[in-house]
Design a protein. Structure first.
Length: 688
């Protein structure tokens, strides 16, 4: 008797759903894939242009590769996502950075997979809304090289990409690099930024059944932080910036060495030794306090967060004849040091124009800053997943991961623990087991259904515990994910449908509770519910191709009391669009040519917790065109926001719903870019 599902049209292989190559039809989780050929064809400018084509995913552009995210959660900067490279987290837990994807080198990525919903059973903490996994590009079998240049005058943007790759016998090497520059001469004031990113990958075949892979990725981002605009400036002068010195500087280096071999019959073992070095320094625009229209002086901060990590990811995959089953199990070890420094700034501004002109140290008598500490972070985890087919056409997946997380905190200020000097030295730990149960059923060779129950969790961040003098008594927040999905193929596989309905319930969500005016603390006091429908359609045959990715969602506070007198329970969460859609239709008139029109729609949403201030949403039109010339040359064009629509990438309001509503002091917008045209040229030698 055979237990495996019959061969399907949907035999696309994915890695992120089980940490091992698996048929998509047997993966009981919502997962979107952006393939290598799409990345090569469309030459995306931002990470959002890659992952936003996945239904239910929205990368929010905050300028110069700064961003927030929405996957089964509102658009936010919360630590509810896991960002991975070849399955390894690019940052350690406890120091989540919502801008982490600016640490990726897209030129060195072969494909991107997005797991939607809680995935902590595989990837540990923060994999709540989802996990985004970038696969590094493999060396080519034969010599390959390319160089690409692009320029956008309106955005003041230019970029150069270079790739070189080849394999010599058992050794394959690949070099991937890009450098981008955004000058100050563009539609938006104070928005210049530079990024350089380099990826190296080497694959060495030790034998017919063993391989050694090494990757090294380095990125260097130096970007002005433009900041948001008040209501009047957004409506009248969207290219304005009130800032002149705020910045973000990120330097990151990641090195992985992976050994993979068939150690047992039908058994594959992978051991990955990894290291990270992140340096994140900034004067953030979002910490400017009291900078309203009448103030001549206000307050800001500068800070630096550094990470040094060393870790090991070890897993073994074993195939069994019994029930056509497979066991994947392993251990994850991550040891990271996180020194942190912050200081207060005195900001001088022009009350007439609203410009923040200059800054100075507001604590000159204390050169060590107002926060100066080191947190040693250790994460030990054991994970396992068993997949089996109890009935023909049915595949069941049972998994769990047990995480232990410890923080060893040392305050470098003296006297530690006294007023205004931060928290006292301490150590604490958290433990959590994240389960998963899923199943797929093959309806036929071209369709399958799946169900999935899984849990995600987020431990308290280091900054949530040690950002103030007192240390709050916090526990991990947990999120239960329930989903049903359907995958179908039509027209001999030319048209594919991927849809899911889900509910994600958050418990013990960490929220800021106001004890008294000017006195607040973090508490496990929130409960949330996110639920929705995700629908993806992809068509590719002959002269035409098309895609549609849409989500209809509701994100609600089940419980959120922020003070003794203010309760937002039952309200919709802010920055939670009712619907997000991207759609594209492409036309290939002749071989080597393609033109495509894209529609990007974002529905309305509440800007504040009280649901009294709203953003109306927007719809944008984009155009792509490319033509492959002879002898490896390609020219291409990308036009964004064709209708020159006024819109905001982010809109928020601090209005509590009580008292006077003053838009110019309470509302903040990140303006979207006007119409722009990018021109590019690529030369490629050899075959990828």
């Amino acid at each position: 008797m055979t237990y495996a599902a019959e061969p399907q049209v949907l035999e696309e292989m994915v890695v992120s759903g089980s940490r091992s190559a698996t048929k998509l039809s047997e993966t009981p989780v919502a997962i979107g894939v952006v393939k290598e050929e799409v990345l090569k064809r469309d030459k995306p400018k931002t990470m959002g242009e890659v992952i936003n084509r996945v239904a239910g995913v929205h990368w929010n552009d905050l300028g110069n590769e700064q961003h927030s995210m929405s996957i089964r959660q509102p658009i936010s900067t919360n630590a509810v996502y896991q960002y991975l490279e070849d399955g390894i987290p690019i940052r350690p837990l406890g120091v989540f950075n919502h801008n982490s994807l600016n640490e990726m080198n897209l030129a060195g990525s072969e494909s991107v997979e997005v797991v939607k919903g809680a995935a902590s059973s595989l990837y540990g903490s923060n994999a709540v809304g989802g996990a985004v996994n970038f696969m590094t590009a493999r060396p080519s079998a034969t010599p390959y090289a390319s160089i690409s240049a692009r320029y956008d005058d309106t955005a003041g943007f230019k970029r150069i990409d270079t790739i070189a790759s080849n394999t010599w016998g058992d050794l394959g090497l690949r070099f991937s690099q890009y450098s981008s520059r955004r000058t100050a001469d563009n539609w938006q004031q104070y928005s210049n930024g530079d990024k350089d990113s380099v990826s190296l990958r080497g694959d060495y075949a030790l034998s017919d059944s063993a391989i050694l892979r090494a990757t090294l990725v380095h990125t260097d981002l130096d970007a002005a932080m433009t900041g948001g605009l008040n209501e009047t400036d957004y409506r009248n002068t969207p290219g304005k910036s009130v800032n002149s010195f705020t910045y973000r500087k990120d330097k990151t280096t990641r090195a992985n060495l992976a050994w993979e071999a068939e150690t047992l019959k039908n058994g594959l073992t992978t051991a990955t030794l990894f290291s990270r070095k992140n340096d994140h320094g900034q004067i953030p625009s979002y910490t400017l306090v009291g900078c309203n229209a009448k103030a001549a002086v206000c307050q800001g901060t500068e800070n630096n967060s550094h990470v040094d990590s060393l870790g090991l990811d070890f897993k073994h995959q074993q195939e069994f004849d019994w029930l056509a089953s497979r066991l994947i199990a392993g251990v994850y070890l991550d040891n990271s040091d996180n020194p942190y420094y912050s200081n207060n700034l005195r900001v001088v501004r022009d009350p007439v124009t609203g410009k923040n002109l200059s800054y100075s140290n507001a604590n000159a008598s204390n050169p060590k800053g107002v926060r100066n500490y080191q947190a040693d972070i250790n994460n030990t985890a054991f994970f396992g997943q068993w997949e089996f087919s109890p009935l023909q056409k049915t595949r069941v997946v049972i998994g769990a991961r047990a995480d232990n997380i410890s923080y060893d905190y040392t305050n470098n200020l003296s006297p530690a623990g006294s007023a205004n000097f931060g928290a006292a030295n301490e150590s604490r730990s958290f433990s959590h087991v994240s389960p998963k149960l899923g199943a797929t059923y093959a309806l036929g060779k071209d369709s399958s259904v799946y169900s999935n129950l899984s849990q995600g969790f987020t431990p308290p961040e280091v900054s949530q515990l040690y950002g103030k003098t007192g240390v709050p008594d916090l526990s991990p927040a947990t999120y239960n994910n329930y989903e049903l999905g359907l995958r179908m193929a039509f027209l001999d596989g030319a048209l594919k449908l991927d849809t899911a309905v889900y509910r994600l319930d958050g418990r013990d969500t960490i929220v800021s509770y106001t004890i008294a005016p000017g006195n607040s603390e973090n508490r496990n006091a929130g409960r949330t519910r996110s639920q929705g429908l995700e629908l993806g359609l992809n068509y590719d045959a002959g002269m035409f191709d098309a895609r549609l990715a849409t989500t209809l969602a509701s994100h609600k506070y089940e419980k959120y009391q922020v003070s003794g007198s203010l309760d937002y329970s039952g309200k919709q969460m802010p920055q939670a669009p009712s619907d997000i859609t991207t759609a594209e239709i492409g036309y290939k008139p002749v071989t080597g040519a393609r033109i495509a029109l894209e529609v990007v729609h974002q529905g309305e949403y509440s800007m504040n917790n009280a649901n009294t201030v709203r953003y109306a949403g927007h719809t944008l039109l984009n155009l792509r065109g490319s033509y492959l010339l002879a002898k490896g040359w390609e020219v291409w064009l990308q036009a964004r926001n064709l209708a020159d629509t006024r819109y905001a990438d982010s809109a928020s309001s601090s209005y509590s719903g009580v008292g006077a509503y003053v838009p110019d002091t309470q509302n903040q917008y990140t303006p979207g870019a006007p119409r722009s045209v990018m021109l590019g040229v690529t030369y490629a030698y050899g075959s990828k």
